[in-house]
Each structure stands twice: as C-alpha cells, then as structure tokens.
Design a protein around this ligand. Structure first.
Ligand code: NAP
Length: 186
C-alpha cells in the first residue's frame, strides 16, 4: 500500500549530509570516528531524546543512496531499519535486505515515475557523487547540512564538482549540545 494517496501530496526530496568544517563528508580511509567527537559541549545547544529521534526518522518514507554509500552502510551496520531504500547503481547486487531495491537509469525518472507516486518524504543520503547529480538535475527540494565541529584536512569533498550557481533560502538552524549544527535550506 503506498504511503501517500496517489501522489496527492507533492513529493519532497531532502538531501541530508554531514560535513566537516572544511567541507569533507568522508575521510580517505573511510573511518567515521570524526562523526563521534567526545567531550565537546555547547551549553546553549539542544539535544534530542531517543523518542524524538525515532519519531523524526519514522516520518521518512524512503531513502535513496549511491552504491558506495550502500557498501559502507552495510559494513558499518545498516542504519535505515526497514524503511524502503533505493540504491542507485549500474551493477548487479545480491539482495542483502528485503527493504532495499536497486535502480539503474535516469534519475529524473527514478524520482518522478518510481518514487513520487509511492513516497512523499524522500531522503537522499549520499554520497557526494549521487548528491551532485541530483543537484545538477534540479531534483532536490531541501538541503539539510549538518556541520561537524572538526577540520579533516583531506577526504571526499561534499560538493567536489562544478555545480551551477544557485541561491537557496535558509529555513532553519539548529545548534546541538555536541557542537554539531544543522542548516536547512529550501
Ligand atoms: N558524511 C555523510 O553524511 C555521508 C553520507 C553518505 C555517504 N558518505 C560517504 O561518502 C562515500 C561515498 O560517496 P561517493 O560519492 O564516493 O559515492 P556514492 O555517491 O555513494 O556512490 C557512487 C555510485 O553510485 C552510482 N551512481 C551514482 N550516480 C549514478 C547515476 N546517475 N546513475 C547510475 N549510478 C549512479 C554508481 O554506482 P556503480 O559504480 O555501482 O554503478 C557510483 O559509483 C562513503 O565513504 C560514505 O561513507 C558520507
């Protein structure tokens, strides 16, 4: 049963990424310890309870990710639960999870023909290559960028390629106690 009735409500694609202060989303060795920085406390920041986090995640109807992010997510421990996830890839993959399907082809067709009739709140969760392509094609409605309080010096750039100049409107800023800041643009 589709989660939205016949696409009555317009679909929304949210690009969500966590970046270092200097604009990297992954270290060269793919380690993720930089995402878990101990000891940093920003007193004026907020923290969210496990219940709030769970409610937030529950509102996401579908995740979309590139195959390299998929591989890394499997290695680290699948973070998307049983929520439907679409992996964009040109390769053949074994079916590791029931909730995952693989897609190869035009990305506008993916969003408009495959996802929009079924899902409303679609989250594009990486990596850099797939996000870049979505932005180039104008398929992103909202950008949620979480800035981690760390300089990495080198790694995989969030927006490495050449994107056309485009103005985005700031919609929200949330500073967390752990020093991370979430910026939302539409
Ligand atoms: N900090 C964060 O928030 C965050 C979030 C997500 C990921 N990451 C990190 O980012 C890294 C992965 O990012 P990445 O940029 O290297 O790779 P990616 O975007 O995750 O995946 C790239 C792959 O996706 C497929 N793909 C992309 N565009 C396609 C298209 N238009 N049509 C068909 N297939 C397409 C291709 O797969 P095939 O080669 O299979 O054809 C391509 O090799 C990992 O280290 C991950 O941990 C960080």
């Amino acid at each position: 049963m589709p989660r939205s009735e016949g696409n009555v409500k317009r679909r929304s694609v949210t690009l969500h990424m966590v970046s270092s202060l200097d604009g990297f989303i992954a270290k060269k060795d793919n380690s993720v310890s930089w995402l878990d920085i101990p000891g940093s406390v920003y007193e004026a920041g907020v923290s969210i309870s496990e219940e709030e986090a769970a409610a937030f995640v529950k509102a996401i109807d579908c995740y979309v990710l590139g195959s390299r992010t998929y591989e890394h997510a499997l290695e680290l421990g699948w973070p998307y639960g049983d929520t439907p996830a679409v992996v964009v890839t040109g390769r053949e993959w074994p079916q590791a999870r029931k909730s995952v399907e693989f897609y190869s082809g035009d990305l506008k067709t993916l969003v408009d023909a495959k996802l929009a009739p079924r899902y409303r709140n679609i989250w594009l969760v990486g990596g850099a290559m797939l996000c870049q392509r979505f932005l180039e094609l104008g398929l992103v409605d909202e950008i949620k960028l979480t800035i981690a309080p760390v300089l990495l010096g080198e790694g995989l750039r969030l927006f490495g390629g050449s994107l056309p100049e485009a103005r985005w409107n700031l919609k929200d800023v949330i500073a967390y106690k752990n020093g991370f800041v979430e910026l939302s643009y539409a």
